[in-house]
Design a protein around this ligand. Structure first.
Ligand SMILES: [Zn+2]
Ligand SMILES: [Zn+2]
Length: 379
């Protein structure tokens, strides 16, 4: 079977929650119909769909490329301030894993974006990207990305500095200038700068369609989803909206027609796909190696944690409870209750018995309270 000579490298599935409508099964069916031999997954800020996408694509004989459209904080991911209601706290960037190391780095980045950088969106920053850039390919991104944003604001110097930074960090062979054409005038302006800059900086361009739904006719349904996601009404003229009927899974021919002036940008998508070869191993068990606390076997500790036996904490509480019950008796020995006076000998025996129990108990289960309790029991 002859394959399409274009690969989608920027694609959002249903795992871009409230932003894209592509169901995985229907997506891979359509990709198969369009003869795509490879296809990337680049959900917004997350990798939730990676395994499902990988399996669904492979079932259809399509090579899955695992990626993510990450959010990048303009400064530090740890800085969480905004003067514009969140619009100025992140840019987009497309990352694709080339190999296992790249995939591991991608998971590290996405995890740290959620655990450390979350502010409106899960955000990485350039510092952490530089630390975990090995095995990754970056595309410069959509209009919401750093370089296009600077071009749109006519800050060409800043755009050039950014290009240089990504080139240095990822290497010229792993950083591509992304061209999009959804009929948006700003995209034409951005492309006008990126195409000559690619030559100047020794980089390559890639053409992408920012896929958010499968068929052109799904545009309205997608628009409704965006309204749900942004809590707006369809009739609201000021709401966020995507240009109609542009963000679907275009065929290779449509992409070639759209980028007729830069055929290399279409061709280069095949080169990127060729470089990306992440495989998931479903046969080996990947449980972390866990050393249980002393005195527990691994199985014993698991049972313990599941509640089949008292955990150390519960044992501790249990011990405390028992001691708590015993203490009044011990005290009673030294300050006999009225009835004890009638039977001093009985109380003495009861006291000795409890002291004996407590001593045995403490022998068997040493704990930090031991010294204090022993002092009480012997006082
Ligand atoms: Zn984007
Ligand atoms: Zn996107």
């Amino acid at each position: 079977m002859s394959h399409a000579d274009f690969v989608h490298l920027h694609l959002h599935t249903e795992y871009s929650l409230l932003d894209a409508t592509c169901r995985l099964d229907k997506l891979v069916d359509k990709a198969h119909d369009l003869k795509f031999h490879s296809m990337a997954l680049t959900d917004h800020g997350v990798l939730y769909g990676a395994v499902d996408f990988y399996q669904a694509a492979q079932e259809k004989g399509i090579k899955p490329i695992i990626g993510c459209e990450v959010y990048v904080a303009p400064g530090s991911r740890l800085e969480k301030k905004s003067s514009t209601g969140g619009r100025d706290v992140y840019n987009h960037l497309v990352l694709l894993a080339q190999d296992q190391e790249g995939y591991k780095n991608l998971t590290k980045l996405v995890t740290s974006a959620h655990l450390e950088g979350y502010y409106y969106k899960p955000r990485i920053d350039k510092e952490i990207l530089a630390q975990h850039s090995k095995g990754l390919i970056a595309l410069s991104g959509c209009l919401a990305s750093e370089i296009p944003d600077a071009i749109m604001k006519d800050d060409l110097a800043k755009a050039r500095v950014s290009i240089d930074w990504f080139k240095q960090i990822l290497g010229p062979e792993n950083f591509y200038l992304e061209l999009q054409n959804h009929g948006i005038p700003e995209q034409a302006k951005v492309n006008k700068h990126l195409i000559p800059w690619a030559k100047e900086f020794g980089l390559k361009c890639v053409a992408t369609n920012d896929v958010h739904y499968i068929e052109k006719k799904h545009s309205h349904a997608h628009d409704c989803l965006i309204c749900l996601g942004t809590q707006a009404q369809l009739a609201d003229s000021k709401r966020m909206r995507y240009v109609q009927e542009q963000f679907y899974l275009r065929s290779a021919d449509e992409m070639k027609a759209l980028f007729a002036e830069v055929p290399d940008a279409v061709q280069n998508t095949l080169e990127v796909a060729e470089k990306c070869n992440v495989t998931f191993d479903f046969k080996t068990l990947h449980y972390p190696v866990f050393q249980p606390p002393e005195t527990f076997s691994r199985e014993g500790y698991l049972r313990d944690q599941e509640g089949h036996r008292p955990s150390p904490d519960r044992a501790h509480r249990h011990r405390e409870d028992r001691v708590h019950l015993l203490l009044p008796h011990l005290r009673g020995l030294h300050q006999p209750r009225p009835q004890a006076r009638c039977c001093v000998r009985g109380a003495w025996f009861r006291g000795r018995f409890h002291r004996h129990l407590l001593a045995r108990h403490l022998e068997r289960r040493p704990d930090p309270l031991r010294a204090a309790l022993r002092a009480v029991s012997q006082s």
